[in-house]
Ligand binder design. Structure first.
Ligand SMILES: Cc1cc2nc3c(=O)[nH]c(=O)nc-3n(C[C@H](O)[C@H](O)[C@H](O)COP(=O)(O)OP(=O)(O)OC[C@H]3O[C@@H](n4cnc5c(N)ncnc54)[C@H](O)[C@@H]3O)c2cc1C
Ligand code: FES
Ligand code: FES
Length: 1298
């Protein structure tokens, strides 16, 4: 011990104290030694890792590890440090340090129901409402709902939607999850009750009582009072001190200041989810259980909230205060706080923690700070229990907080003459930091023309790191009537508001515009009754209504279990955490963990790498930021990440990367380089094999630029008559797949080679890639895949990269190696949906009918162009339109971004979006309703199909009928009229509608997907293994239905076993929507073969039961396995038809919007499994919405690094983003004569129809532009962010009239 440590009496006391923690998990007590016994434990070691890695409870998943996805949610009970009462809450176990678990009573998903004991009602409902697909998110949703229901037993449907703001589900589109939980609420609708009864009929399971996890463990009682702790990480020397009294914490802080140690106070620890690289710290001081920090008082003079008050508790207080005099701001505070982070984060996040994050990171647009500062809150800062001082929040920002604590926050009261309003405009409605937030507190004399009596408070966040008060604007208002003051105030505000440029933040122009709009909104709200009626709704927030949905489909009961609407068969294990994903496979002895080292620049040469501990892949050149340079392998995850952060890579010849498809196309056109000849495909897609692709290409173009021109001239007859030219460009950008299970692989060396568990959509590719890498025979690789936690195309080719690296590491070390990409690595390293730029020039007549079209589609496959998809895009671009005289050419335009890859509906989504954009443009030019133009161009039977020479549409186009039905069922005409009159009556609120039809060509390539069936003689049960990879699309359920139907046995008799390369060698990838059908087809054929073999015995036995038949066949030595892999030639390509109507409402002042209603009609043939197909339709549609609206990828212009690489910056849809009224209809009586068992595919086509929402937004924007007299065509690329909406609506200060 050093001499200076004599100054540390309190610390010494602690050091002598307890060094283990005790807590309960699912009623079982765990005493964990934290004195160096396990070197993995450190202050950064979190609960989710303990659960999964130390006690084998793998039901709790993780993905983001930053509080942004909810996969890791558990229920936590503790005792309130002040009142001693039991507190129940949901918690993100990825942000809960293990060291902070002392005294907690934790329930994980394993603590609820399971296959042996029966299931909890919440689990049961989620299953019965078909609320799971891949199931990776399901345990998190269940635990979140369970926690909420335990705290609020009388919860309402509205509460459900509010409480699911922190759980991401990429597969389902949320509607079935919301419905499932709402069906348990106190306000359950008649429709949902009826649904419950219907599904109870078809699917029963033993149920546990609703309050199952409330069973109190007696021993929990001993932990009612929290205790001091001293824990030390023996490897790093980091200390963890838990203090439970005010005097002690100040003593410790004082002691630490003597030795100048860098410490961090730990309250909710959620700050680590936002600013992950803060630190390093030598000491962590847990202050959560200091009673004084939880003190709350409230009276007529003000409210005092202890520093450790959580945001959830604060909301409760604001609700109480809302009913008291003086707290004019409280209702608005409560509403606004509900949009801070997510419920689960708010349960842990403290007020002081938030303010300190703002203190240390001025750039944070803290909602808490802006709101508190606007009402003149003060903070009490202490440096000892008795030595404290109150500061304004502005003073606090500049205070040196070393050795100090935020003890409490003081909120004043105000007279009724004060008016308060606050706003938050963000990339996504829920769980998103603010682009700009604002709060206004004005003392107004309403009797005197709304005169501003005293200096108002106008505060902003998100403008720039130092801008809080619009001081000059505040001054400007003093003594003026609001109406008179506004013009000058807006001018003043514009002068003093200087937003900074800081990607990926929205642009400075947008943030300035928002600052202006929000002030205007506030003023409109205050003097609402005295402004023109058409301006009044400008004052309002875009409030979302509660979600409702209907799903309509037909089912032929005579064929059940085929066509029967049943939930996914694995959904019970999914909702109970029993379903095993690759990373749940238990650790093997001596297992190592691998972490990739990525380049952080795009185009450069590596000059030096410190290679200790690393396996190096790229030794010289890097082509893109995010390229894997090496793999670190270490004894555990923590050590691997730490080692990665120590690798230093030096680069030279760094060049500025080309990142935008626009620039890549321009460069190509300027340099006259040839781009179209290189379009070739890495994988067959849209059923187009490489061979066929060559034919299509030949059919579409000449092989050079000049050849192409000649081809175009030769193919275009002169068009007669006076036609109009419609010429333009349209861009759709990339999309991260956002599968909840990141890319994962586990390789275990075995005596015959290696067992490989890879999260791949293609067993065959991974097997070949690994064998190739290791130069070992293919039969040395044993592959087995039970399920993936989502994939959406990202795991077709890219999984091989991860698997190969993992296998090399396992081979070299001869130990098992596990690689689970962290979200940031996954997002930076793996390519995404391909960006597209489409150029089009159409000759159209007055009806909008296209007489000629020349279009070039450029796709950006990224730095290594081996998966371009523009060929499919050109094929799909035709959609449902007549394409005589269409000349479409696919191109590639390469950027220096990570190599892109297929993403749900690759090329198809971009093709249809481009086609529909063109229809909008044509409609604009010919001044017609876009729907009329679409209909004028509908393809008819006998018309040519793009691409395949000589191919014609052989069926009747059903779209006229479908559109008519859609219009009728959705009440389109009257809603359109209503929207038009709404738009006339409202300057700042606009509604828009759009109907988009589609034809999606579904091709079967030479996809071989073997199925193997084994029947067991003892009881006649059946096991099936097939080559399709179950990743949420419900393939296993459909196969069971087909097998059970074909063999005429109950579905309970059939079980699906993992896919593997022993029974499914040389199999095709699972992709392009067709795998479910093809596997069902081969399963059916395998069953037919088996039945044929059994037939003589059946005849001998007369009418045997299945069990008797099987036993007899076995006795006769008849082979009771059956296998099939080949297409039998009786299924051929077909089209999927659909039509969608979307209606939206847009806030012209902010760009915020809501999707009022969406009606989808889809032709799914005879759906093999309607609940699954409805899920596919809803999920695909919502994924498409994310692509077109919120999921923006921003790269660093200098380095090419992806900046939107986490859940803080990248925003897939959440429950509040989906259509409020979501109606799905699968066409009745439309058996598919061409496909498998009369069915059609559903996985991709609905994603393409999400463009309807984008064009409904366009329709709304049109009205706003009309209001300012602008009738020009405008370009609207995707994604259309809130920033884009505001910009395109031409919202500007000059229009802010009153
Ligand atoms: C997914 C997610 C979304 C979020 N979204 C938003 C959002 O939309 N808007 C927004 O404003 N915020 C948002 N946040 C930030 C969130 O509000 C803060 O993380 C939280 O309030 C911090 O509180 P905590 O108790 O977890 O602090 P901790 O993480 O425990 O600590 C944070 C910092 O505060 C210090 N500290 C803690 N308590 C005290 C004290 N009493 N005295 C002095 N210092 C103290 C710590 O030393 C540390 O430096 C989000 C966070 C997450 C994880
Ligand atoms: S893993 Fe914990 S919230 Fe995402
Ligand atoms: S089911 Fe929700 S993420 Fe897959």
């Amino acid at each position: 011990m050093g001499a200076d440590q004599s100054h540390l009496p309190e610390l010494e006391n602690f050091r002598a104290g307890q060094s283990y923690i005790s807590f309960f998990v699912n009623g079982k007590e765990y005493n964990v030694r934290l004195d160096g016994f396990d070197p993995e434990y450190s202050p950064k070691y979190v609960l989710v890792d303990f659960l999964r890695e130390k006690i084998g409870l793998t039901g709790t998943k993780y993905m983001c590890r930053e509080g942004g996805c909810g996969a890791c949610t558990v229920l936590v009970k503790s005792h309130h440090p002040k009142t001693g009462q039991e507190v129940t809450r949901s918690a993100n176990s990825c942000l809960l340090p293990l060291y902070a678990c002392d005294g907690l009573n934790i329930t994980t998903i394993e603590g609820l129901g399971n296959v042996k004991t029966g299931y909890h009602p919440i689990q049961d409902r989620l299953v019965k409402f078909a609320g799971t697909q891949c199931g990776f998110c399901s345990p998190g949703f269940v635990m979140n709902m369970l926690s909420y229901a335990q705290v609020n037993p009388n919860f309402t449907g509205g509460n459900v939607e509010y409480s699911l703001d922190g759980n991401i589900c990429r597969c389902t589109g949320y509607r079935p999850i919301i419905d499932a939980f709402k069906s348990l609420s106190s306000t359950v609708s008649e429709q949902l009750s009826r649904k419950c009864q219907d599904i109870e009929e078809c699917y029963k399971c033993p149920l546990l009582p609703l309050n199952t996890s409330e069973t109190k463990d007696k021993s929990f009682e001993i932990l009612t009072t929290s205790r001091n702790l001293y824990l030390r990480d023996s490897t790093s020397g980091e200390e963890w001190i838990k203090v439970t009294s005010f005097p002690a914490v100040f003593d410790i802080l004082q002691s630490l200041s003597y030795v100048q140690k860098r410490y961090r106070l730990v309250a909710g620890n959620t700050g680590m989810g936002v600013f992950k690289v803060d630190g390093p710290y030598s000491t962590y001081i847990e202050i959560t259980d200091i009673p004084e920090l939880h003190e709350i008082s409230m009276d007529a003079t003000g409210m005092v909230l202890g520093g450790a008050t959580t945001l959830t508790t604060a909301i409760d207080q604001f609700m109480v205060a809302s009913k008291m005099d003086g707290y004019v701001y409280a209702p608005e505070f409560a509403k606004h706080f509900r949009r801070v982070a997510s419920l689960t984060v708010r349960n842990a996040a403290t007020l002081a923690g938030n303010l300190m994050l703002k203190h240390d990171h001025r750039e944070l647009a803290s909602d808490v700070f802006v709101l508190f500062e606007s009402v003149g809150a003060t903070v009490r800062i202490g440096s000892s229990p008795t030595l404290y001082q109150n500061y304004t929040l502005m003073e606090f920002l500049d205070l040196d907080m070393t050795g100090k604590i935020i003890m409490s926050i003081h909120l004043p009261t105000y007279a009724q003459s004060y008016v308060f309003r606050c706003f938050k405009i963000a990339k996504r409605y829920q769980n998103s930091y603010a682009d700009v937030n604002a709060a206004f507190l004005f003392n107004i004399d309403k009797t005197n023309g709304f005169t501003v009596s005293t200096k108002p408070s106008i505060c902003y966040g998100g403008v720039n790191p130092s801008f809080v008060h619009a001081k000059a604007t505040e001054e400007h208002f003093i003594g003026k009537q609001m109406k008179d003051a506004l013009p000058g105030a807006l001018q003043t505000l514009t002068r003093e508001t200087v937003p900074n440029l800081s990607p990926p933040l929205t642009s400075p122009e947008h943030r300035l515009g928002l600052a202006q709009s929000l002030l205007y909104k506030f003023v409109l709200g205050v003097i609402r009754q005295s402004v023109q009626p058409r301006l009044r709704t400008g004052a309002d927030d875009v409030d979302r209504g509660l979600n409702i949905g209907t799903q309509t489909f037909d089912t032929d009961k005579s064929k059940w279990p085929l066509y029967q609407p049943i939930p996914k068969l694995e959904s019970f294990p999914q909702v109970s955490g029993e379903a095993e994903f690759i990373n749940d496979i238990q650790s093997k002895f001596n297992e190592l963990f691998g972490v990739f080292v990525l380049s952080n620049v795009a185009k450069a040469t590596i000059s030096k790498i410190d290679t200790s501990h690393a396996m190096i892949f790229a030794s010289k050149k890097v082509l893109y930021a995010g390229q894997a340079i090496g793999l670190i392998v270490a004894k555990n995850k923590q050590a691997a990440f730490q080692a990665r952060d120590k690798v230093i890579v030096k680069y030279e010849n760094i060049q500025k990367p080309l990142l935008d498809i626009k620039d890549a196309v321009k460069l190509q056109l300027d340099s006259k380089s040839n781009s179209n000849v290189e379009v070739d495909m890495g994988f067959p897609c849209r059923g187009i094999s490489s061979e066929l692709a060559k034919t299509i290409m030949k059919n579409m173009k000449g092989s050079s630029k000049s050849g192409q021109q000649q081809h175009r001239n030769a193919n275009h007859n002169k068009v007669e008559g006076s036609l109009k030219t419609v010429k333009g460009e349209f861009i759709t950008r990339g999309q991260y797949h956002f599968h909840m299970e990141t890319q994962t692989c586990l390789c275990i060396p075995r005596e015959d080679g290696m067992d490989v568990y890879s999260s791949t959509q293609s067993i065959d590719h991974v097997q070949a890639a690994i064998a190739n890498c290791l130069n070992i025979p293919n039969n040395s690789i044993n592959m087995s895949i039970r399920r993936l936690g989502g994939a959406f195309g990202a795991k077709i080719s890219k999984a091989s990269l991860i698997a190969s690296a993992c296998a090399v590491a396992a081979y070299v070390t001869n130990e098992p190696v596990r690689v689970v990409l962290d979200l940031e690595t996954n997002m930076k390293m793996i390519g995404k949906r391909l960006p597209y730029l489409t150029k089009y020039e159409a000759q159209v007549d007055d009806t909008g009918k296209i007489h000629q079209l020349i279009s070039d589609m450029y796709c950006d496959p990224g730095a290594i162009p081996n998966e371009p998809s523009s060929l499919f895009a050109t094929v799909v671009l035709q959609s449902c339109y007549r394409a005589e005289q269409w000349d479409l050419t696919p191109h590639v335009a390469v950027t220096d971004t990570p190599p892109n890859t297929y993403c749900r509906s690759p090329g198809g989504a971009q093709g249809i979006a481009a086609a529909e954009n063109m229809m909008e443009h044509i409609a604009f030019v010919v001044k017609k309703d876009p729907l009329e133009v679409r209909q004028a161009n509908f393809i008819q039977k006998g018309d040519s199909l793009v691409g395949i020479p000589g191919a014609k549409l052989t069926t009747t186009n059903p779209l006229d009928g479908m559109v008519a039905e859609l219009k009728k069922s959705s009440d389109y005409e009257s809603r359109k009229e209503l929207a038009e009159s709404f738009n006339k009556a409202n300057r700042w609120r606009k509604r828009g509608l759009s109907i988009v039809p589609q034809r999606f060509p579904l091709h079967y390539a030479d996809f071989r997907l073997p199925t193997f069936i084994s029947v067991y003689h003892a009881d006649g049960t059946v096991s099936v293994s097939h080559a399709g990879i179950e990743m949420g699309q419900g393939i296993n359920t459909k196969v069971v239905q087909v097998v059970a139907y074909t063999l005429n046995i109950p579905i309970d008799n059939v079980k699906i076993k993992p896919a593997n390369n022993l029974v499914s060698p040389n199999s095709a990838l699972t992709s392009a929507s067709v795998t479910s059908e093809l596997v069902c087809h081969s399963a059916q054929q395998a069953c037919v073969k088996l039945l044929e073999r059994m037939e003589p015995i059946r005849e001998q036995l007369g009418n045997p039961s299945w069990r008797q038949l099987v036993a007899a066949c076995n006795a006769k030595g008849i082979l009771l396995t059956s296998q099939c892999q080949d297409l039998q030639g009786d299924i051929v390509a077909y089209d999927v038809w659909g039509a969608t109507l979307a209606e939206v409402e847009v806030d012209v002042l902010t760009g915020d919007y809501r999707i009022i209603r969406v009606d989808i009609i889809e032709d799914a043939g005879n759906s093999l499994s309607p609940l699954i197909d409805v899920g596919q339709i809803e999920g695909a549609f919502v994924m498409g919405l994310g692509w077109l609206l919120t999921e923006n990828l921003v790269y660093d212009e200098e380095t090419g690094e992806l900046l939107t690489n986490n859940t803080w910056e990248y925003k897939p849809m959440l429950p509040a983003d989906i259509p409020e009224d979501f109606r799905i209809t699968m066409l009745k009586n439309t058996p598919n004569p061409f496909g498998v068992l009369s069915s059609k595919a559903t996985a991709e086509p609905p994603l393409n129809m999400s463009v309807s929402v984008m064009f409904a937004i366009r329709n709304a924007i049109d009205s706003a532009r009309k209001d300012v007299g602008n009738l020009e065509w405008y370009r609207m690329d995707a994604p259309v962010s809130r920033e884009d909406i505001r910009r395109l609506a031409l919202t500007s200060l000059e229009q802010f009239e009153l």
